[in-house]
Design a protein around this ligand. Structure first.
Ligand SMILES: C[S@@+](CC[C@H](N)C(=O)[O-])C[C@H]1O[C@@H](n2cnc3c(N)ncnc32)[C@H](O)[C@@H]1O
Ligand code: SF4
Length: 318
């Protein structure tokens, strides 16, 4: 196993391999009802669409409880609330003891009153509502759905959240991009009255998902090469702190690996501890420590492995 003192050029960012990954992503489904242009699912996903088998999901949850997981995300590349047993499975994870923060991001398109009530009743710990725009025009570009319906769903959800005295923390998400930065302040202002101890506006930076998103089309011209110096590399922190299980059970190192090109195995045949301690992950970490991304196109093109130019503005790219 690669230890922080392992030789390599990446000495400034020493890595510590946890006994078990503190961050886990379990993809309930890779189905989605939207085609957001900045999402790797839209641009690059070729694997078949499938819902995770409910028994497999429960086995994973049982397997990882008590292992020191700090955050369990119940989405990856898909809209988890489209899984036919979504609310039961979320309930199962959220009520499991010793599992850290159980969290989910949704595009809120299906969150009508009945579903909002069901979601609150799951006792999910943390929810991201990807509102992501302040006008119909911008929403059409980045999400391509009925903005008014999503706004109604989100407002309705927040009203129920208050009425039911839910303890769930809620993030109202806006991904910061040059093409919509002009509405960032208006977005914050519009949602400020809804903010409470548990409800917050969150501004997120954009990623290029391992190079499959051309970020320049969203920054308003500025390409990631202007922000990143591709000659200054770093190893990816994700390899030392997270694992992802895709809806077909495949375990992957990287949450950006939309097609599972770097598999560690399948959760149907192995425990996640076995995947975490397997040879494939050691090999990948060693290559990152040596900053050798040959034959790893996903890592080679990923903004997580580039260092920012010193002159780069604090902008909308990670
Ligand atoms: C792939 S989505 C899946 C969850 C759900 N369908 C949704 O949209 O919230 C996971 C998260 O990534 C965000 N996202 C999509 N494209 C992104 C990008 N290029 N950079 C950063 N975050 C992005 C979404 O807003 C969401 O919070
Ligand atoms: S960001 Fe979410 S809603 Fe949009 S295409 Fe990706 S998975 Fe679907």
């Amino acid at each position: 196993m690669v230890r922080p003192e392992a030789p390599g050029k990446d000495t400034k960012r020493q890595r510590h391999a946890h006994a078990f990954p503190p961050i886990l992503h379990v993809e309930l489904t890779n189905e989605c009802n939207l085609e957001c242009p900045m999402c790797a699912r839209t641009t690059s996903m070729t694997r078949p669409v499938q819902h995770m088998d409910a028994d497999l999901f429960r086995r994973i949850v049982d397997d990882v409880a008590g292992r020191g997981v700090q955050k369990l995300w119940l989405h990856h590349f898909g809209e988890s609330l489209l899984h036919p047993q979504a609310y039961d499975l979320i309930t199962y994870a959220a009520r499991k003891r010793d599992l850290g923060l159980v969290a989910l991001s949704t595009n809120a398109t299906t969150l009508n009153e009945a579903n909002a009530r069901k979601l609150i009743k799951t006792r999910l710990h943390h929810l991201i509502l990807s509102v992501d725009a302040h006008s119909d025009d911008v929403y059409k570009v980045v999400r391509g759905f009925d903005f008014e319906r999503v706004l109604n769903n989100v407002r309705g959800f927040l009203a129920l959240h208050k009425e039911m005295e839910s303890k769930m923390s809620v993030a109202l998400l806006f991904i910061n991009m040059g093409i919509k930065r002009h509405e960032l302040e208006a977005f914050k202002e519009a949602w400020a009255p809804y903010e409470t101890k548990r409800v917050k506006v969150v501004i997120k930076k954009m990623t290029n998902y391992g190079g499959v998103i051309d970020t320049a089309q969203f920054t308003g011209g500025q390409s990631d090469t202007e922000v990143y110096d591709r000659s200054r590399r770093r190893s990816c922190p994700k390899l030392w702190d997270s694992l992802t299980v895709q809806s077909n059970g495949q375990v992957v190192a990287c949450g950006y690996d939309v097609n599972g090109t770097m598999p560690y195995g399948n959760a149907g045949d192995m425990t996640l501890l076995e995947a975490w301690n397997g040879g494939a992950i050691d090999d990948l970490r060693e290559r990152h420590v040596a900053l050798n991304f040959d034959g790893l196109p996903l890592c080679d093109g990923c903004d997580k492995t580039f260092k920012k130019r010193r002159s780069a503005p604090d902008d909308d790219l990670i």
